[in-house]
Design a protein around this ligand. Structure first.
Ligand code: SF4
Length: 366
């Protein structure tokens, strides 16, 4: 069977994105001694060297061979925007001229008891997305192709150069549905979570899905220990279908069953992402339904203020979506807490640069 066009990465092979064992095999296939793979791996992920010619542990002829046969950098910074609150939005160019975004958020969550010190990178997994969520600017861009594991890992390595402090957390919540690019995402995760690279711990790695049930079950079967988040956004099947067409394929009860299976196997709590839309999902009935869902297994609920996406000129149902008022948002959170739900509030980081995670769009065409 022919390989789907969007998965092809032509030209020199990427040097980044290969977990160690695979990297050793790749080097052997290229006639390079296996132990050299470990040296290049360490230089890339531990010493963060981007240029093989700067890897002085390698002899000059090997540096030359690698520079000729491999592509060292998988993403290149094209544009960097910085928000007043310190949020940074990166526009990265890929080998084929397409572009993706990553967003670095200095302190993503604001809890009642203070401001956690963390720097979270919101990572893209696909160029565009074909799931068509009504509230999402990325949905206006068609899916062009999956990102390779090298392109996923390199978003972190390049963004780190522009961060004063180490990036502490990653969340697969940028452009694309990570479950629809499962293998590449998990290979990248293996590198991020490798203790030797000291990049990001599994407990600080979150995969956020729109509700792709086979992916949730696969994560459970494979015993993945990263965190799982569901973009929930509605407490009824009717509204969820309107907001997120994927809900027609995997209805809410089926997604909830899959999450319960995931919890039973992994014993990991699950996060519900919940964007509040004025008059649509912010009622007393929503509080009660959401609380019931949140009590089914250990959960946290991230309440997210809606960031209007007028710049994409939405039409139809998308044009009707409005943010809940700050007073109503506070009431909703208070009510959930009264119902014993563990609630977090996602801050509006980077709103002045259109950097709200899950609502990314490009001013550039892709
Ligand atoms: S919210 Fe996520 S899954 Fe939905 S269209 Fe946007 S990028 Fe795709």
């Amino acid at each position: 069977m022919a390989t789907p066009k969007r998965d092809i990465v032509p030209g020199p092979i990427e040097l980044k994105g290969h977990p160690v064992a695979e990297f050793e095999r790749l080097f052997e296939e290229h006639g390079i001694r296996k132990y050299r793979a470990r040296q290049v791996y360490d230089a890339t992920y531990i010493n963060r060297i981007d240029d093989v010619r700067q890897m002085h542990v390698l002899p000059a002829d090997l540096q030359e061979k690698l520079a000729t046969e491999f592509r060292m950098q998988s993403v290149t910074l094209k544009h960097l925007q910085e928000s007043e609150d310190g949020t940074k939005k990166f526009l990265f160019e890929l080998w084929d001229g397409r572009t993706i975004e990553s967003v670095l958020i200095p302190s993503e969550m604001i809890e009642e008891d203070g401001h956690p010190r963390r720097r979270t990178l919101c990572i893209s997994t696909q160029v565009g997305c074909n799931l068509g969520c009504e509230f999402c600017a990325t949905a206006t861009l068609n899916l062009t192709r999956n990102l390779s594991s090298g392109e996923i890992v390199d978003q972190f390595l390049q963004a780190q150069k522009y961060s004063e402090k180490p990036i502490t957390n990653i969340v697969y919540m940028g452009m694309g549905e990570p479950m629809n690019n499962y293998e590449a995402v998990m290979r990248a995760t293996q590198i991020f979570n490798d203790q030797r690279t000291n990049m990001v711990a599994p407990r600080r790695t979150t995969l956020s899905t729109a509700g792709v049930v086979p992916g949730i079950l696969r994560m459970a079967e494979e015993g993945k220990i990263i965190k799982l988040a569901l973009s929930l956004h509605a407490t009824t099947q009717g509204l969820r279908e309107k907001l997120m067409p994927i809900a027609k394929r995997w209805p809410l009860p089926v997604v909830m069953d899959a999450l319960e299976t995931y919890y039973r196997i992994t014993r990991k709590s699950i996060t519900f992402e919940y964007i509040l839309f004025d008059g649509l999902n912010d009622t007393e009935e929503d509080v009660k339904r959401l609380a019931k869902m949140a009590r089914r297994f250990p959960t946290k609920v991230n309440v997210i203020p809606f960031h209007e996406i007028d710049f994409t000129h939405p039409t139809g149902f998308a044009a009707e979506l409005r943010p809940t008022s700050p007073e109503r948002l506070q009431w909703f959170i208070d009510r959930l807490r009264e119902e014993d739900v563990h609630v977090l509030i996602r801050s509006s980081s980077g709103l002045d640069i259109d950097a709200a995670c899950g609502q990314l769009a490009l001013s550039d065409s892709v």
